[in-house]
Design a protein around this ligand. Structure first.
Ligand SMILES: *Cc1c(COP(=O)(O)O)cnc(C)c1O
Length: 457
């Protein structure tokens, strides 16, 4: 389907890919045959590939480019910090100013009472840190048996061994003998896909009650924590029914276990609030962060920890965990500049008041399309369910790869939308304008039409 390559450099890069590179989450052999699309530059919400095509990036990279591409202030912050102090570690009772200043700024933005941050290089490392920290916490409290972490099927918590184990992607578990011991999963609150004949509200209660079932099955004395994304991102922008989080909060209040919010996607404004936990009124003990923290300009993640947990950790001596790049000064300087822009330009407030309502209203207009079973969204997150039958929610056979057909049409038509099975998802930069939203939705409609036509042949 893709157009023939014109630029000789494209062919060279594709040969390098085939001969030397192993790409993440890819079929190596298939990619070697086909060759990757080469992205060479970006500005605002647009990317350009090596063939000169302009593409509207409705995924903000991988959910991360909150402030859009091309902000020179971040490059300048990195350059200044590299010249002043490119690296020093935070081990052995030393520290560097950007990491400390960043920890303070994050504490100002985080929910009340969450005033400490452990820095990592990525979201996965943030969740590895969480796993070790919650077990250490319970050991300090004299309850070393509280080790089990309850997570959700089809949740995504990263791709390290702990991250993929916490995640509930069974195709990830199949490789590498995962999950590791001490991690168990409960069903997800995905009404459209799994709610059957139940109403969304009843299904939300049912899905939340699975947490209580699991706590009782494993035994409260063995459970360390429950981890969940406020809205599942990689699983397909799964927005729980309104009944879900209130019921989860009721259950968590009954049992002595920690609550961890994986805010790697929802954090830093994606829902129109600073954190997804603010959006839902949840009060976690810990929050994993990454992605929007630096708008993806440089890798960085972390774990925000509530004061009462820190009080206990303070009694526990050394925490034997950390990374060479924990609190990396250049990453921290870039994150500080990113957060300054998000705050001073009122970007999160604008998302909430103007652009997210506009995006959601515009996306809803696609619900009348014959292929579309549901359009849902919160803030700058959206999902479009592709179905064979709008009323029964019946899918096309997976062998038809409807989502992939649609994704290819998007690529060909200058729009990046991702396909999770037959769910098309978007997560554009938070700075997307109303005119750019119009373009996004009109391109999406064109691609839905082309997909519908392709299915008739
Ligand atoms: C992306 C993601 C992660 C993993 O972050 P990496 O930086 O890729 O390690 C963890 N949790 C959620 C919710 C994510 O979306």
């Amino acid at each position: 389907m893709s157009k023939p390559v014109q630029n000789p450099k494209t062919r060279e890069w594709q040969a390098m890919s085939r001969d030397h590179h192993l790409a993440p989450f890819s079929d190596f052999k298939q990619l070697a045959e086909k060759g990757p699309r080469i992205i060479t530059r970006a500005d605002g919400v647009y990317l350009w590939d090596s063939e000169g095509h302009k593409i509207l990036d409705a995924m903000a990279g991988l959910w991360c480019v909150a402030i859009g591409y091309g902000r020179k202030e971040l490059a300048e912050a990195a350059s200044r910090q590299m010249q002043e102090l490119p690296y020093y570690n935070m081990f052995f009772q030393t520290a560097t100013p950007p990491a400390l200043e960043l920890a303070k700024v994050i504490s100002e933005l985080a929910p009340a009472g969450m005033n400490h941050v452990f820095f990592t290089g990525s979201g996965s490392e943030g969740n590895d840190t969480m796993l070790r920290m919650v077990r250490h916490y319970w050991a300090i409290k004299g309850q070393p048996n509280k080790k089990v972490i309850i997570s959700r099927l089809n949740g995504y918590h990263g791709s390290t061994v702990a991250g993929a184990s916490l995640g509930g992607m069974t195709y990830m578990h199949e490789q590498g003998d995962l999950p590791i011991p001490g991690i168990v999963h409960i069903p997800q609150p995905y009404w459209f896909g799994e709610g059957g004949d139940m109403s969304p509200e009843a299904f939300g209660i049912w899905a939340a009650d699975q947490l209580e079932q699991k706590i009782l099955e494993v035994g409260e004395d063995n459970v360390a924590a429950f981890i969940a994304e406020p809205i599942q991102g990689a699983g397909g922008v799964i927005i729980p029914p309104d009944s879900y989080w209130p019921r989860i909060r009721e259950i968590l209040a009954k049992y002595d276990i920690l609550f961890v919010a994986d805010e790697v996607i929802c954090g830093f404004g994606r829902t129109g609030e600073w954190f997804g936990s603010d959006y839902y009124g949840n009060a976690p003990h810990m929050m994993t962060i990454a992605k929007g923290l630096t708008s993806g300009y440089i890798p960085m993640g972390g774990l925000i920890v509530r004061d009462d947990i820190v009080d206990v950790l303070n009694q526990g001596g050394d925490f034997n965990h950390g990374f060479t790049y924990s609190g990396h000064p250049v990453a921290a300087a870039v994150a500080l500049e990113n957060l300054r822009i998000l705050r001073e330009e009122g970007i999160v407030e604008r998302v909430k008041a103007e652009t997210a309502p506009y995006l959601q209203k515009s996306l809803q207009a696609l619900a009348d399309h014959p292929l579309v079973g549901e359009v849902r969204g919160v803030g700058m997150l959206g999902a479009i369910e592709l179905v064979k039958d709008k009323t029964t929610r019946a899918r096309y056979p997976s062998s038809q790869g409807v989502g992939m057909i649609c994704r290819s049409h998007c690529f060909e038509n200058g729009l990046i939308m991702r396909a999770v099975g037959d769910t098309m998802i978007i997560s554009p930069p938070l700075v997307i304008s109303k005119a750019e939203i119009d373009e996004l939705v009109s391109k999406a409609r064109t691609c839905l039409d082309l997909t519908a036509q392709a299915l008739l042949v």
